[in-house]
Ligand binder design. Structure first.
Ligand SMILES: [Zn+2]
Length: 1011
């Protein structure tokens, strides 16, 4: 055993020990890439070599290499599977021409041919077996040619849209090897990267009229520098060209170099308008060149973009640490991975709605130079370290730049006009995002890996909640102390791979505070933090003298600091910070001694800077009745939750149904946004034709802050409805329905997210009233009541690629017990929302008091109209006789679209329905149904029961699927057509429609949105 092998052996043995101690190391990778763009075939032809230096204490015999263009290769890749899960099906259904890949690889290690291969599961990860194992401190040069077919830009980050090129994650690149081992990861759209630092020297050859923006600085490219300067001096209108000019027949070769970065991206577009500037860094006074490259289409919006780059570089340099590079560029491009995407020294920005939003997104993406570029954390596993901390800095930036206005979240800018100016709007926007899921108990811990978060939680937790959490810390420490923490973190970890514990260690050391509540409580759990003011009175302090004390109670992670502001009349007496220890959900009252002897009112978190999930219980007075009372405000139609008041919304409500005629009433409700724990709505309606009051009401309570291993949510509620269901002159029949219910939503397995499970129990009380006048003028009133109980289990997978539903139901009435099973399965046919849908239904009676059921509604049926036993659906006219309204039906039981009377059964039925969307731009669909029901004939020989099969087929229009559909049955089985002949019905009488307007209930909308 020679000494080198001895060292290898020892380091292999001691490696893990070194890692646990101060054995921090990081590998170094220096690249040379020579690439040519073929802008007709959308291909890259390249030669790459990189030197890999092993600074670890381990000997490496294999290198893991990312080959990410292969993520766009086919349906088996992790990227495609993730996009499928997100309901973005364009890669799944992409044509060969739209897909991308990398090939022509031929790896050599130190010029000797190397053995290499692909990862067993992921075609976008490869491995290279080193001919000679790489000892600690040694280096190897790997070289390979490669060819990239550039995918369509609509899928994710790498791509082209026509001749605009977004060349990112494009070259063979070693995965990170750190103290935890290799971090080989497939490319994902949700979930970012982790890369080794090093240097890049990249030579790009392409037609000479392309404008290129890239990581790094141009070197030995005087002609290119002149070309860019010339472009920058052109006025905008001379360049205004929407379409792509032809590519020059001559090419140019330009070279970029850069040290201390961990990725290289470049963007090329012949249409780019070029603007440049420079920014003087605070502190050192060093000058950084800044660029904005944008298309003529966005010239107006981007007019000042280069100044946003300047502001961002200056702001982050001041708050976090000095920008270490010599240039910073923002590029205008349509990419599908969010609003923008960061690369070292260069960022790409998607289409933006306003200048303010553009400034916002540029600041965020430029800010990633610090949180990702310089502080090179593992973004895939700890997304909060880049997206979260960066979103906090973005919040500080927006707070400074736009103190009193607007919303910048995509598509919501229009709300700004509606709501008016708001102080600290950007924080409010983050708070709404957090509360959207947190108030429904559908949030997830920030600390999960990117791939384990739902796409909404990736945005609402990793970005928004993190920003709020660090804002809470900043309010507590003060901005200057916060800056010191950030600077220390930057100095300690720049150009390195910090881990979550490293952030905590620096922040706790610099602030001299225990930050367990933040790093463990807020980042690693989904506990909802809530604090409320309980009392304000004099109490004995230290057994000596009476002092004013605030009683407060908190839930959430233990020991969270919060702000207390005291008032005397309208005057603020000042703000102090105290801790509430939080006792899980038991919530015990704690007391804080106040420094203000004559305080008469307290407000907790008056500055709205903590993570408190509900601020409407944060005030208390020392005198008077209702000391903790939050005032009630009335507001028309809709609004956002206020911090200091409870709001009741109202709106006049006109309505119509065939039996009540025109109705007028009023809806009052307490739910808009975000969701409330107790939600109610009351909507009384007066029918002018029936001269009767009816309407609907609902109240439900959500145990939405529960921490259970079994349940995600429990809801208890009661709903009621009343309407006229038959009217003929003065004769009326009406119904009143009252239904108490209990829903148990089972805990969702984050790895099996698409399935939602709900167990429901409900009681349904139906009262029918009858009031009519006989021919002799006698008035007769009568009533009837029924009571049902129902147990239902609902398992639903809403994945767009293949939606599924499993719905077993058991219903009990005093005369029977019946059970049914409904199954639905849909398969996407393309990325234009076309599907093939299957549905199966079987229903059977488990027990009956008598052979004969008596009430027709209690039987099974293959075809139903406006009758429904439990009054679950909304109809334009129940028991309709009108030509039009009688055609309304709902998908229930046999779900035949053709109306017919046979196919009813008081024993069992079974049916299968199929619909297939025709892949044309119109919402056309074909359908077919087959159903079976028993029929009993009585002859001299006795009773014979046999089963009869019915079928139908036709065409329809699904204007809004499940809500507004029209169906034209064209073919029906003989028994149905015989019935039609007997009843003298024509083919046009088969036309029916679904209009499920109850599914559009706005008071349920927020709760039903995808988490
Ligand atoms: Zn980001």
């Amino acid at each position: 055993m020679n000494w080198i092998r001895m060292v290898n052996f020892l380091s292999g043995l001691l490696g893990p020990l070194l890692v646990c101690g101060q054995g921090y190391f990081q590998q170094q990778v220096d690249y040379w890439i020579d690439v040519r763009l073929d802008d007709e075939a959308h291909m890259l032809h390249a030669q790459e070599s990189f030197t890999y230096r092993n600074n670890s204490p381990s000997t490496l015999d294999t290198l893991w290499i990312h080959l990410w263009p292969n993520a766009y290769r086919d349906r088996t890749t992790a990227l495609c599977r993730q996009l499928d899960g997100m309901g973005e099906l364009d890669l799944h259904f992409a044509t060969e021409e739209e897909r991308g890949w990398i090939d022509s690889l031929d790896f050599h290690a130190d010029e000797a041919k190397a053995v290499w291969g692909y990862h067993a599961i992921h075609p976008d990860i490869g491995w290279i077996k080193l001919n000679n194992p790489l000892a600690p401190g040694a280096q190897v040069t790997i070289s390979t040619p490669f060819r990239v077919k550039i995918p369509d830009g609509k899928f994710s980050r790498l791509g082209h849209s026509k001749q605009a090129y977004y060349i990112t994650q494009w070259y063979p690149k070693p995965a990170v090897f750190d103290a935890q081992g290799w971090h080989a990861m497939p490319y994902l759209t949700q979930g970012e990267f982790y890369s080794e630092f090093g240097s890049f020297e990249v030579t790009i050859t392409l037609p000479e009229n392309y404008v290129v923006g890239a990581t790094g600085m141009l070197t030995d490219s005087e002609t290119e520098e002149r070309f860019m300067a010339e472009r920058a001096s052109l006025p905008t209108d001379q360049q205004a060209r929407q379409s792509f000019p032809p590519s020059a027949s001559t090419t140019k070769t330009i070279r970029y170099k850069q040290d201390r970065v961990h990725d290289f991206a470049w963007f090329a577009d012949k249409r780019f308008i070029v603007r440049n500037s420079e920014v003087v860094l605070p502190g050192s006074g060093r000058r950084v060149k800044t660029w904005a490259l944008f298309t003529p289409k966005n010239a107006g919006l981007w007019a000042d973009a280069v100044s946003y780059v300047n502001e961002s570089v200056r702001f982050y340099s001041e708050w976090v640490g000095e920008y270490p590079y010599d240039a910073c560029t923002a590029i205008d491009g349509t990419i599908s991975a969010g609003g923008g995407m960061e690369y070292p020294m260069i960022t790409i920005i998607g289409d933006m709605g306003s200048k303010e939003t553009l400034d916002n997104v540029i600041a965020h993406e430029v800010g990633h130079n610090w949180f990702y570029g310089i502080l090179g954390s593992n973004e895939r596993d700890h997304a909060w370290m880049d997206e979260g901390m960066n979103s906090f800095l973005e919040l500080m930036y927006m707070r400074k730049r736009y103190p009193g206005s607007g919303l910048t979240v995509g598509g919501l800018e229009f709300l700004s006009g509606l709501i008016g100016d708001m102080p600290d709007a950007h924080r409010l926007q983050n708070e709404w995002m957090y509360r959207f899921n947190a108030r429904r108990n559908l949030d997830q811990p920030i600390g999960l890996t990117s791939a384990d978060l739902t796409s909404t939680n990736y945005g609402c937790m990793v970005y928004a909640k993190s920003a709020l959490v660090f804002d809470h810390l900043s309010a507590y420490l003060g901005d200057e102390a916060m800056k010191r923490c950030l600077h220390s973190y930057f100095e300690a970890w720049k150009f390195k791979h910090p881990q979550p514990g490293d952030v905590r260690e620096v922040f706790e050391r610099e602030s001299d505070k225990d930050l367990n509540w933040l790093f463990k409580g807020f980042l690693c759990t989904d506990e909802k933090y809530s604090v409320k003011a309980v009392s304000l009175d004099r109490r004995l302090w230290g057994g000596m003298e009476e002092r004013m004390h605030l009683g407060h109670r908190a839930k959430g992670p233990s020991k969270v600091p919060f702000a207390i502001t005291g008032y005397l009349g309208a005057d603020s007496l000042g703000t102090i910070w105290d801790w509430n220890h939080g006792f899980g959900h038991k919530g015990r009252t704690e007391y804080t001694r106040l420094p203000w002897p004559d305080v008469d009112r307290i407000r907790i978190d008056a500055g709205n800077r903590t993570l408190d999930i509900d601020r409407r219980n944060n005030s208390v007075r020392s005198h008077g009745l209702l000391r903790r009372w939050a005032p009630v405000r009335f507001k028309w139609l809709m609004g956002l939750e206020q911090n200091d008041a409870r709001t009741i919304y109202y709106t006049p409500l006109p309505a119509w149904n065939g039996n009540d005629g025109w109705q007028l009433g009023m809806a009052a409700y307490n739910t808009t946004f975000p969701s409330q724990r107790t939600e109610w709505v009351v909507a009384p309606l007066y029918g002018f034709a029936s001269a009767r009051w009816g309407g609907a009401a609902r109240i439900e309570h959500h145990f939405d802050r529960m921490r259970s291993r079994v349940f995600q949510n429990i809801t208890v509620g009661v709903s009621g409805r009343s309407a006229t269901e038959f009217r003929d002159h003065d004769d009326l029949v009406w119904y009143d329905k009252v239904s108490p219910y209990l829903h148990f939503d089972l805990k969702r397995d984050p790895l099996n997210r698409p399935w939602e499970h709900r167990i429901s129990v409900r009681g349904v009380y139906i009262h029918n009233g009858l009031d009519f006048v006989t021919s002799r003028g006698e008035r007769i009133t009568a009533s009837d009541e029924r009571f049902y109980t129902e147990l239902q289990y609902r398992a639903e997978n809403k994945r767009k690629l293949h939606r599924s539903l499993i719905l077993p139901t058991v219903t009990r009435h005093q005369d029977f017990l019946r059970a049914s099973l409904e199954l639905r399965q849909a398969f996407a046919l393309n990325d234009h929302n076309d599907e093939i849908r299957f549905r199966a239904f079987v229903g059977s009676f488990l027990w009956k008091r008598n052979d004969y059921l008596g009430n027709g509604l209690h039987a099974w049926g293959l075809s139903w109209g406006t009758e429904d036993m439990l009054y679950d659906h909304a109809y334009l006219e129940r028991n309709a006789r009108d030509h039009f309204t009688r055609r309304q039906y709902n998908t229930q039981q046999g779900a035949f679209k053709t109306p017919f009377l046979q196919g009813g059964s008081d024993t069992w039925i079974g049916a299968v329905n199929m619909e297939i969307d025709v892949p044309v731009p119109l919402p056309l669909a074909l359908f077919g149904s087959v159903g079976m029901a028993p029929i009993t004939t009585v002859t001299q020989d006795g009773r014979h029961t046999s089963s009869v099969t019915y079928y139908e087929a036709g065409i329809g229009v699904t204007a809004i699927r499940d809500v507004l559909e029209i169906w034209f049955p064209l073919v029906v089985s003989d028994r149905i057509s015989d019935e039609e002949k007997f009843l003298d019905r024509s083919v046009t009488d088969r036309i029916r429609f679904i209009f499920a307007f109850d599914k559009l209930d706005p008071t349920k909308a927020i709760r039903n949105l995808k988490p």
